[in-house]
Design a protein around this ligand. Structure first.
Ligand code: FAD
Length: 304
C-alpha cells in the first residue's frame, strides 16, 4: 500500500489524485469502502500516465463512470480507481454527436435536445455516464445505446489510442464488446436525427416522469439488480413480486416497495446488506421456481 501511494505521489498527473477515497461518495447505492488511490485524469495523456504507472507496478485498475451499476464492497477497492469524470467534452457537427465518456448520459441528451438532435432521449434521467452506458450497452424503453453508436475512441490494453467501429454481432441485450476487454472508453460518436427541440424535450420529460413513478429517485439504488430473461415469460420484477418478496429487508437494504427488481439503500445499508438481499432473491427464485437470475449490477472490490 505504501509503495502504491509513493508511486502515485511521485508521478505528475494532470488531474486529481487522492488516497483512501470513500467510494460511497461515488456510487448511486451510496455504499462502498475506500479506494487505495483515486485518480481523476484531466485528459487522455494524464490517463495514459496513470494507466502505465499502474501497469509497470502491477497495480490493479478499476475504471469508474457514474457508479450507477456497481456494488462496491465495504472493504473497498484495492489498487487504483480511475474516475472518467474529466472526459466531459461534448460537440456536434450536423447529425453527429461527439461525447466524452465521463459526461452523464442525461447531460448528453439535454445538449442534443437543445441542438435539435434526437437519439439519446430514451436515456434521459438514467443515472450514469456515457462510458458506463456503452460498457453496459444500457437499454430502456425499447432501445439500446448500441442502436446509435458510430464509433468509440478507446485506449487499448497496450495503452494505444484506437477507434472502434461498431460490429453489430458484438452487441446484444446488455452486452458490449468492452466487457471482455480491458480498455478505457474515451469518447463516442453517435448518429442522431434532426427533430424539433420541444418535441424531443417533451418525450424526455415522459421518460423522466415514468422513472419517477417507478420510484427510481426515491432512494439510493443501482436500478434493476437482475437482467430480464425472455425465456422466463415475464419481467424479473414480476417474478420476484409474485414470490411476495417486495419490501424484503436485511438491515437497511430492502427490495423496493415500488419495483421488485430494485434493491434500495433505505438508510445506512452496508454493501454486505445489499449483497445479502440480492443473494436471498437469487436463492428464493432458484429454489421455488427453478429459475437462475443473472445479475446486472456488478460486484466490485474486495469481497469474502
Ligand atoms: C435509478 C436507476 C435507474 C437505472 N435504469 C437503468 C435502465 O433503465 N437501463 C439500464 O441499462 N441501466 C439502468 N441503470 C443502471 C445504470 O444507470 C447503467 O448501467 C449505466 O449505464 C451505468 O453507467 P455508469 O457510468 O454509472 O457505470 P459504472 O457503474 O460506473 O460502471 C459500470 C461498468 O462500466 C465500466 N466503465 C464505466 N465507464 C467506463 C469507461 N469510460 N471506460 C471503460 N469502462 C468503463 C466500469 O468499469 C464498470 O465495469 C439504472 C440505475 C439507477 C441508479
Amino acid at each position: 500500500m505504501d509503495t502504491l501511494k509513493k508511486c502515485f505521489e511521485k508521478i505528475n498527473i494532470r488531474g486529481e489524485v487522492s488516497f483512501d477515497e470513500p467510494l460511497a461518495r461515488h456510487t448511486t447505492f451510496r455504499v462502498g469502502g475506500p479506494a487505495d488511490v483515486f485518480v481523476t485524469p484531466a485528459d487522455a495523456d494524464a490517463l495514459i500516465v496513470a494507466l502505465s504507472c499502474a501497469r509497470e507496478n502491477k497495480i490493479p485498475v478499476f475504471l469508474l463512470g457514474g457508479g450507477a451499476n456497481i456494488l462496491v464492497s465495504d472493504r473497498g477497492i484495492r489498487g487504483v480507481v480511475v474516475s472518467m469524470q474529466g472526459f466531459s467534452r461534448i460537440t456536434h457537427s450536423d447529425d453527429r454527436l461527439v461525447v466524452g465518456s465521463g459526461l452523464p448520459v442525461s447531460d448528453a441528451a439535454e445538449y442534443a435536445a437543445a441542438h435539435g438532435l434526437e437519439g439519446l432521449g430514451f436515456l434521459y434521467s438514467m443515472p450514469g455516464s456515457v462510458g458506463g452506458a456503452l460498457w453496459m450497452n444500457a437499454r430502456c424503453y425499447g432501445s439500446s445505446i448500441s442502436d446509435i453508436i458510430e464509433h468509440v475512441d478507446i485506449i487499448t490494453e497496450d495503452l494505444q489510442l484506437e477507434r472502434y467501429t461498431v460490429k453489430p454481432e458484438q452487441w446484444n441485450y446488455k452486452i458490449s464488446p468492452f466487457q471482455t476487454r480491458r480498455v478505457a472508453i474515451l469518447e463516442a460518436t453517435f448518429r442522431m436525427s434532426p427533430d424539433d427541440p420541444e418535441s424531443i424535450r417533451a418525450r424526455m420529460e415522459c421518460y423522466r416522469a415514468d422513472r419517477d413513478a417507478k420510484g427510481h429517485f426515491s432512494a439510493p439504488s443501482a436500478g434493476s439488480v437482475f437482467k430480464n430473461n425472455r425465456e422466463f415469460g415475464e419481467p424479473t420484477g414480476a417474478i420476484i413480486d409474485k414470490l411476495g418478496l417486495r419490501g424484503f429487508r436485511i438491515g437497511d437494504a430492502k427490495v423496493s416497495d415500488v419495483h421488485a427488481n430494485i434493491v434500495v439503500n433505505a438508510g445506512h445499508a452496508t454493501a454486505r446488506d445489499v449483497d445479502a438481499v440480492i443473494h436471498r432473491l437469487e436463492t428464493e427464485v432458484s429454489e421455488r421456481l427453478g429459475l437462475r437470475l443473472e445479475r446486472e449490477v456488478l460486484r466490485v472490490g474486495e469481497w469474502d
